[in-house]
Design a protein. Structure first.
Length: 427
């Protein structure tokens, strides 16, 4: 076998060779520990599932402290070039540089590669300790817009010439000075939300929901307060759904129109008919209410589409109900170009670096997402089942061990080895 790069076909589908070159970033802090454990399981599952006919050719690229120590740069241009060229890559947690320059290496990679979807599946595995009574009711996929909103990084510190210029513009051009309670000491941030950015995020979420035959998509927003950004996100989402997906979907906007013109009973009848036809129901919820619904009725939500900041809060809050971000995978994807970076969703935990004690499940399950994205579904299912089996046997790392009764404490590497022992062909 000769290692080859993954490419994007003219049909919009990935061309994945049997020996794809996958760049990886080891990560900072606990990154080396969780990466080596994850790599062990990924390689073993691919070999086991495909009998040696497929194999990943790993190619290390540098970012974070390791990159800075070797090159003097936190995010070398070569790293971005290789990730861009190879399309699909995976990374451990990265530290945020102290001082000026790059605010966040993770955000920088998303912006540079235009990875407009942050994909966060939230699913409970039997036996995982949870703070809620019925964690099994939480099973959703969150599509978080990844390139706009406050993560665009347009911010001006209090007392700077830039803040003074913006205050002057707000005062003399827009006449909103009275809305700024303490203008002379205010810092300012700008929240860009575009129609194009909103539509491509919602389009990806709808396509995913339809492909997976899921019942609903929920637009989560704070449009009751931010009417022209978050409110527009909701409006643009509904308009795109009705314009591009027609009879495949039924929106709350259509329900409201039916209610106005035909009455509530008729509107409800149309909604029930749409559900019976298997059409995707598209609804919306205010963000603060949604955070409550995550605890009260999570089973009402299958796919969620939301803006960047809301998605940050929501994805971590949802992860908490199924065991925390230690077992929460994530991906950053551009479904148009095919570029994707799969990543651990937790931090670097430098205090535990090189201790071989931390849970590798977040990065490992991100690797499972990567295999699914590549179309290697058999290997992905094999790992998921083996991970679930290992947890049910209560052979776990320190985070779960402290919350379980009568569990066996394993090191990071031992946990990975236990998963490999549990590998079997998926049913």
């Amino acid at each position: 076998m000769t290692a080859q790069k993954i490419t994007m076909g003219q049909n919009g589908q990935l061309n994945v060779p049997d020996q794809p070159i996958i760049p990886f970033i080891e990560g900072d802090g606990i990154g080396p520990d969780v990466w080596s454990a994850s790599k062990l399981v990924l390689d073993a599952a691919v070999a086991f599932t495909y009998g040696g006919k497929r194999k990943i050719e790993w190619k290390e690229i540098l970012a974070g402290e390791k990159a800075f120590n070797k090159t003097g740069e936190w995010l070398p241009a070569e790293t971005l070039d290789i990730a861009r060229d190879c399309l699909v890559s995976i990374k451990g947690p990265l530290t945020t540089p102290v001082g000026g320059g790059i605010r966040s290496l993770n955000v920088a990679m998303r912006q540079e590669l235009d990875l407009y979807v942050c994909l966060r599946p939230v699913k409970w595995y039997k036996g995982v300790p949870s703070p809620v009574v019925h964690p099994e009711n939480t099973n959703m996929v969150i599509f978080r817009e990844n390139t706009e909103d406050i993560y665009a990084g347009i911010e001006f510190a209090s007392g700077t010439p830039e803040a003074a210029k913006l205050l002057d513009f707000l005062t003399n051009e827009l006449g909103v000075r009275k809305k700024i309670r303490f203008p002379e000491t205010s810092a300012f941030g700008i929240k860009p939300v575009s129609k194009e950015g909103s539509e491509r995020l919602v389009r990806a979420a709808i396509k995913y929901a339809l492909e997976q035959k899921l019942p609903s998509l929920t637009l989560v927003h704070k449009g009751n307060i931010m009417k022209y950004t978050e409110g527009a996100f909701k409006m643009w989402g509904y308009e795109l759904a009705e314009r591009e997906f027609g009879e495949q979907v039924y929106t709350w906007g259509q329900w409201e129109n039916a209610k106005k013109t035909q009455g509530e009973d008729a509107a409800n009848a149309r909604l029930k008919k749409a559900e019976a036809q298997g059409r995707l129901i598209i609804k919306d919820v205010i963000a603060d209410n949604f955070l409550q619904q995550l605890l009260i009725s999570p089973k009402d939500y299958a796919v969620v589409a939301t803006l960047n900041l809301n998605g940050d809060y929501i994805s971590d809050a949802a992860a908490a109900s199924v065991g925390g971000i230690g077992i929460a995978p994530g991906a950053n994807i551009n479904y148009i170009t095919g570029h994707a970076v799969f990543e651990a969703t937790h931090g670097t935990a430098p205090r535990f670096a090189n201790t071989n004690t931390m849970n590798p499940s977040s990065l490992l399950l991100s690797g499972v997402m990567m295999l699914e994205y590549m179309g290697w579904h058999e290997a992905a299912a094999c790992i998921e089942e083996a991970l679930a089996t290992t947890i049910m046997r209560k052979r776990v790392t320190i985070d779960f061990y402290n919350l379980m009764h009568d569990a066996t404490l394993l090191k990071t590497s031992e946990f990975a080895e236990e998963i490999v022992k549990s590998l079997k062909m998926p049913a």
